[in-house]
Design a protein around this ligand. Structure first.
Ligand code: GUN
Length: 284
């Protein structure tokens, strides 16, 4: 029987810390951290994420502004908004919700965000800073996972870590953060041969591939820590993760549930990054 890593509880603890920092900042400087959230089009999942981001900003005392643009927004219009937010003094962090509609160039939009306001840590300059271990912001989902491990007392140093998935948002930065903590890290992807055997070597297995219940008990080393980044729907439309929880849980030592594992951490770390940005802007 694995111990459950309770992301809801740990995220609430992080939010409490952030709220205390915001209050301290207001007492010291009279200013409040500000986040701008930009959403383009009508993707229902993106709408839910954005609503949650606004809700938790309000809870911890961060000022937030939403910019909801229509599906047919042009690249130039979106870039003009980003440039305006770059110069807006009450805005410390800018988040452009991804994915963007197909006709827009995500890469160009990310590169237009001022790196000191890039609370997603997606700008190439911030990605490079993470690579060399000299950073202000960490991407929210991998940072949230490191926080889950840390607050659960799970040591990374010297452990075999396997990350399934190589996205710029999760897999690649995740591998780098585990490496920073002296893990021995392998990144797996769709071309990996004998994936199950590689996974079975993992003391810490992080799964971020977006395939419902992909990781089964036979891919989990007895006693491993299993972190599930997935937010999928099964054949009956039920919300589930990338890990087959029912079969993996008896084999693992620690495991994250879906929902209530990694998900709540992502927003908590975004709030933390927004406070970091405000500090960078001199609102100590
Ligand atoms: N879409 C899914 N996850 C994220 C995220 O962490 N940041 C942004 N901007 N968009 C996302």
């Amino acid at each position: 029987m694995a111990q459950l890593i309770d992301g809801k509880k740990i995220a609430a603890m992080v939010r409490e810390d952030v709220a205390a920092e915001v209050q301290q900042m207001q007492e010291n400087t009279g200013s409040t951290p500000g986040l701008a959230v930009v959403i383009v089009g009508n993707d229902p999942a993106s709408r839910t994420y954005v609503n949650n981001k606004k809700k938790y900003c309000a809870e911890v005392g961060i000022y937030s502004e939403e910019y909801a643009l229509p599906e047919e927004t042009t690249q130039e219009e979106l870039l003009a908004l980003v440039r305006k937010l770059n110069e807006k003094p009450d805005i410390d962090g800018i988040l452009v919700q991804l994915p963007l509609p197909k006709h827009l160039d995500e890469k160009a939009v990310i590169e237009a965000i001022r790196p000191d306001k890039d609370v997603d840590a997606f700008h190439p300059s911030n990605v490079g800073r993470i690579m060399i271990g000299d950073y202000h912001f960490l991407p929210c989902t991998p940072a949230g996972i490191m926080e889950l491990l840390y607050r659960s007392g799970i040591e990374v140093s010297g452990k075999r870590c396997v990350v399934i998935g190589r996205s710029n948002i999760v897999g690649k930065p995740m591998a780098m953060l585990l490496l920073h903590q002296n893990g021995t890290v392998t990144i797996c992807h769709s071309k990996t041969q004998d994936l199950a055997a590689v996974c079975r070597e993992a003391d810490i297995l992080v799964v971020a591939i977006g395939k419902a219940r992909f990781v089964t008990a036979d891919m989990v080393k007895p006693g491993a820590v299993v972190i599930d980044v997935g937010m999928d729907r099964d054949e009956n439309g039920k919300l589930c993760g990338d890990v087959d929880f029912a079969s993996a849980e008896p084999v693992a030592s620690w495991i994250t549930p879906v929902p209530g594992g990694v998900g709540p951490m992502t927003i908590a770390m975004l709030l933390k990054n927004t406070v970091t940005a405000a500090k960078l802007h001199g609102e100590q």
